[in-house]
Design a protein around this ligand. Structure first.
Ligand code: AMP
Length: 287
């Protein structure tokens, strides 16, 4: 595995791989790698000749009072995990490399970027869309791998790819969970033992909504109420949002369509966590 910090070198290597007729798969990450990330890496390894994992804690997607400084960083451990997955290139640029002095070009996915997580984290998806567009230009991937864990991010990036005609196929991989259902996240390490226990309420609320859906409930409002009641029963959880939306537009559904995205976000102490599930027969074919 080569480790590349220079954008010019990464782009040059990618162009060489493409000219040799080999396919490139990209997995964008912020590091602190867990099994969720590695599931994306394995999918990329399965589908492509050349696998690039990017590791960059992107400052522009953090708000002023968010956890940019505390965000877990362990380059050596991440490097070893990726080596073991037979990754071809680890692209790990510095902040100055990505945002050189004078940087001022941002990509804003206007309406989608302001929904769900975008509503509570106003500049977040501007930062995400900008860095992903840059990664696409640098790494020139045929396919890019994202986790369903970040469902709103998937919607934003799908829109970005369509709107700006990136010749990239998006591959969305299922959510990987701990044995008690908590979705794996680099931020789970912030939780104290009580918060860690309480955080399973996100998954439990989704299961509850799923059960009501199977019993025939099709009202978005009723299912949202189920989520909120379940979340309210956990005193250590503070709800950020609970929503039943169209997975492309992220707009609330009055009557459920197939598929429907059920998404929750909550605070456990100072840690914000998210989770979601897709409902409907076509959820297996989605996206
Ligand atoms: P991050 O490092 O948090 O930016 O995540 C990098 C990629 O890994 C994103 O596409 C995430 O959606 C994905 N990811 C993070 N956690 C999980 C998980 N538990 N299951 C599947 N994918 C995940």
């Amino acid at each position: 595995m080569i480790v590349v910090a220079s954008t010019a070198e990464m782009q040059q290597r990618a162009l060489e791989v493409r000219s040799a007729g080999r396919s490139i798969g990209l997995v964008p990450t912020m590091g602190a790698l867990h099994e969720g990330h590695l599931s994306l890496v394995r999918a990329a390894r399965r589908d492509n000749d050349f696998v690039v994992v990017s590791l960059f804690v992107n400052p522009t997607q953090f708000g002023p009072n968010e956890d940019l400084q505390q965000y877990p960083r362990d380059f050596e451990t991440d490097r070893r995990k990726l080596e073991a997955e037979r990754v071809d290139a680890l692209y790990a640029p510095s902040t100055e490399e990505v945002y050189a002095a004078g940087f001022q070009t941002y990509i804003c996915v206007e309406e989608l970027g302001a929904r769900l997580d975008g509503a509570s984290r106003p500049m977040h998806f501007r930062g995400v869309a900008t860095v992903v567009a840059k990664l696409f230009n640098v790494v020139q991937p045929h396919r890019a791998y994202f986790g369903q864990k970040d469902a709103a991010q998937v919607a934003v990036i799908r829109r970005l790819v369509r709107d700006l005609c990136f010749p990239v196929q998006l591959v969305v991989c299922p959510i990987i969970r701990e044995s008690d259902g908590l979705a794996m996240s680099s931020r789970n390490g912030y939780l104290n033992p009580e918060e860690r226990k309480a955080a399973t309420v996100l998954y439990r609320s989704l299961r509850e909504a799923e059960a009501r859906y199977r019993e025939g409930e099709r009202s978005g409002e009723a299912l949202t109420r189920v989520l909120l009641e379940c979340l309210a029963a956990e005193p250590l959880a503070r709800v950020d949002y609970a929503a039943v939306v169209d997975p492309d537009s992220l707009l609330p559904l009055e009557r459920l369509e197939d598929p429907a995205l059920v998404a929750v976000a909550g605070w456990f102490g100072t840690t914000r966590l998210i989770d979601n599930t897709l409902l409907g027969e076509s959820r297996h074919d989605y996206p």
